[in-house]
Design a binder for this molecule. Sequence first.
Ligand SMILES: Nc1ncnc2c1ncn2[C@@H]1O[C@H](COP(=O)(O)OP(=O)(O)OP(=O)(O)O)[C@@H](O)[C@H]1O
Length: 330
Amino acid sequence: MIRAEGLRRTFTAGKETIEAVRDVSFEVAAGELLALLGPNGAGKSTTMRMLTTLLPPTAGSAHIAGFDVAREPGLVREVIGYVGQRNAAGENHRIRDELAIQGRCYGLRLREARRRADEVLELLGIGELAGRLPGTLSGGQRRRVDIALGLVHGPRVLFLDEPSAGLDPHSRAGLWEQLQRLRREQGLTILLTTHYLDEADQMAERIVIVDQGRVIANGTADVLKADLAGDRLYVTTSDTDGARAAAALARRMAGIVEVTTEDRTVGLRCADADAVLPAYLRLLHHASVTVTRAGLRRPSLDDVFINLTGRRLEQPGDPSGNSIEEPTHA
Ligand SMILES: Nc1ncnc2c1ncn2[C@@H]1O[C@H](COP(=O)(O)OP(=O)(O)OP(=O)(O)O)[C@@H](O)[C@H]1O
């Protein structure tokens, strides 16, 4: 339903050339929900703006439902809905009228536009807001109105740029429930960008990680974590000599990808911690290394990103990037 091939986009700012998108290719099947994940400035919005015909690509091509974004922008616009980062509703019209006006802009007759306005309000569970002015709504309610505006003309593909940015966890969960319902009931194909790792992990069928204008990973969260991160094991010993011995033993074990030591704790990265941990503990016991704590942690998408780039994916509201759980010891 969505096909991007070698997309590239440069901007000129004064004498500087900014390579916002260097090489982006991916596909999204009909009915799939794909999340574009990446740090600030990675090129997610620029990619989305090219796919939605708002920005011509410098090079490469893209097709939506078989239509070429560069050669057939009008046909692309008929089949897509786009919800940008900023609130889309004006301040002067009541929500139902705002939606009907949007429908009219897409060429719907007045009666049909009103019917669709009511339909999408119900679909998003905000029927009771029909008579309200946008300025009186909460952040979560406004975001749903934005999505309703993107849906009023009945698109087959919905593009959402940071749909849950700035929402509290409760509103985010509610919004996600609605999006999943839309997919189930309307068979919508959804491409969204997000900064929230947990959101991409739990909600998206597939994740494309973008960094510095390039796709660096593409797969389901489970496959990305298994292939590109691996489980983490932690063993704390009674003294630093024990930790040194434990690290040396780990380096000789099969299936261990990485060994790190910090004070009395040895950290291991491996594909299957459930199998490695008992064997490792037996080995330590035979070598008379006293273990005071041991535990394992499943990888997160942040581990995938660190593994690929050596950097952390900064989380919203976490400028230091330190909010992600530290290893838990069992
Ligand atoms: N109109 C523009 N003129 C100049 N540079 C731009 C323009 N639009 C985007 N850029 C630059 O292109 C790069 C990619 O920006 P883009 O908005 O696509 O990133 P993003 O991944 O969506 O980031 P964020 O998560 O912060 O929204 C950034 O360096 C940005 O400053």
